[in-house]
Each structure stands twice: as structure tokens, then as C-alpha cells.
Design a protein around this ligand. Sequence first.
Ligand code: COI
Length: 329
Amino acid sequence: MNIKLFELRDDEAAAYLRAADDLPAGYSISFDAQILSEANIESVAGCEGIVINNKSVMPATLVERAHELGVRYIAIRCVGFNHVDVKRAQELGIKVCNTAYPPHGVAEFTVMLILMALRRCKAAIWRQQVNDYSLDGLLGRELRTLTVGVVGTGRIGRTVIDNLSGFGCKIVAYDPYPNAKLAERDDLEYVDIDTLVASSDVITLHVPLMDSTRGIINADAIAKMRDNVTIVNVSRGELIDTDAVIEAIESERIGALAMDVFEDEIGIYHENRMHDILANRKMAYLRQFPNVLLTNHIAFYTDIDVSCMVEQGVAAVPAMVEGTCATQL
Ligand code: COI
């Protein structure tokens, strides 16, 4: 079987070669550095398996064309799968999986953002650059005195909880499918989403983007939050109603916001757009605030995670063929 991997970056090349070497007999693989799109979909002809990352957006039309061209297995080599019409693929008999790379890189990044937001690091770093060493406006808060609400207790949310447990903060968690082992721990309490929103000083999002989670942080939720709340999002930009948070930053209802993701970030994040006119007004507006910290979707970007995404993504195709793929959707 031929497999084609799209969106190969230079930093993934070594892992790609290892993954290619490890393929079982009967499989061969090629790559394209481009994202998979309408423009190059014809190039999948002859490939039963494709491996894509988060930028190869596959709505129903592209899934259908891929199917017509012979694609039967789609391995998404990231955690998020909101960019692929998985339902349409499954209707056509295409097997689809995502990838479960280790959660530690993203979880550590989350804790870093929480601390940076609470300690006003963005404003402090800005000031350092211009010889402003004043303290005004930099008064921080100590995590051990606060309640952190973790929305989503899958692998990443659970690892965030593990990482936070050393700080002495109170932890509350929400998940529509609570984890039985976690529920037994006495250092955290599962609560419903309204209670979490109303009782947390820090809210961190670790749920996938689905119809039920789109805009989970909206004006209604913000109205229930504690004053001076800190919101952290390393999951998907669309979990947050950006207009609502802009208003809450302007009215100072939200104390700090740290986001590694942004709505409509595809085409911007992971590209050098320095000399271009960008059309994401909300991003340009929000990033001016001293208490809004934006990073360019890099929580996953560690040596270990990058290798795992490529190696597990490629290995997932034969695993789906064998029926042994643990992350099949
Ligand atoms: C994911 O794994 O879902 C991510 O968000 C990382 C991706 C940008 C490569």
C-alpha cells in the first residue's frame, strides 16, 4: 500500500525517515511539504493511506474526492480532528484516526501560561526592553491561594492536574465523561461546568472543538465568572467567543487571558507573515493588551511531541489496516 504524508516540515524530516524505515513490508511512503487541499488532491491517486496535520482542512467535498481517488485511511497526526469531516469519511468507509502524542509538552506549556498570566510576565518583559523597571501594575497572585478549573480531563487535562498538584492550589474539574480514577483523588473535585466557571480563579481549556464545545467561553459564561479571572486556552481558538472576551477585557471583567490558539489562525500561525497584511482583526486588537498573552500554537512543539506525531501518525495507517489502531475515531 502507498501512503502519502502531507505538511512535512524540515524539523520532522528525521522522524519521517525513522517512520518510513519502520513500516511493515508491503507499505511504501512518500511526502509532500504542502498542505493537502483542492489544489493538490489529485496527487493522492494511487495512495490508499494519507497522513495529514492540522492545516490540511478536509471538508466533505475534499474527503469525497480523496475517496474517489482511492483513499481508504486518513491518519491525522495531531490530537485535534475538527478540521476533517470525520463523519463523511466514515460514511464512505474511510477509516480515520488522530494521534495521541505524549501530553506532557502541552501540559507544561499550560502551567507556564497560567504562571505567566498570574505574574504579569508579558507587561514585565515589555517594560524590561525599554528600561522601565517600575512595579506599578505588575502585582501578581500566588497559585497556591487560587482555585484552578480544568475543563476537560482527557490525557492533557489530567496531566495539567498532575502538574498543578505540587502548587497547592484548589483544583476543580469538569468533563462530560469524568475519569473514574481521577474522581477518587482527594486533591480535586469534579463539578458541573457552571460551578467550575463560577468558582475558579483560573480556567484552563482542554476539550476538543466540537459543536458542543464551540464558544464554551461566551458572554453567558463570562458573566458567571469571578472578578479578575484568568483564562488559558491551549486547545482550539474557537472554544472561545473572541468578541465576548474582547468585551470582557475592555470592561476589566477578565483579569488575564493567555491563548496559544486563536480563531481562524490557519494561514497565520506557523508561517512568517511579517511582511503581509493580515486580515485577523481580533488577533491584532487583542494582542495590544498588557494582560493578554498570545503565543503561536506552540504548546505541542517539543522534540518528543514532534517525533511522536510523525512516527505514530505514519504507523497508524498499518495499524488501522490491522484493526489495532488505538486512536481510531
Ligand atoms: C494538536 O495536536 O491538535 C495540536 O494542536 C498541534 C498541532 C498544531 C500540530
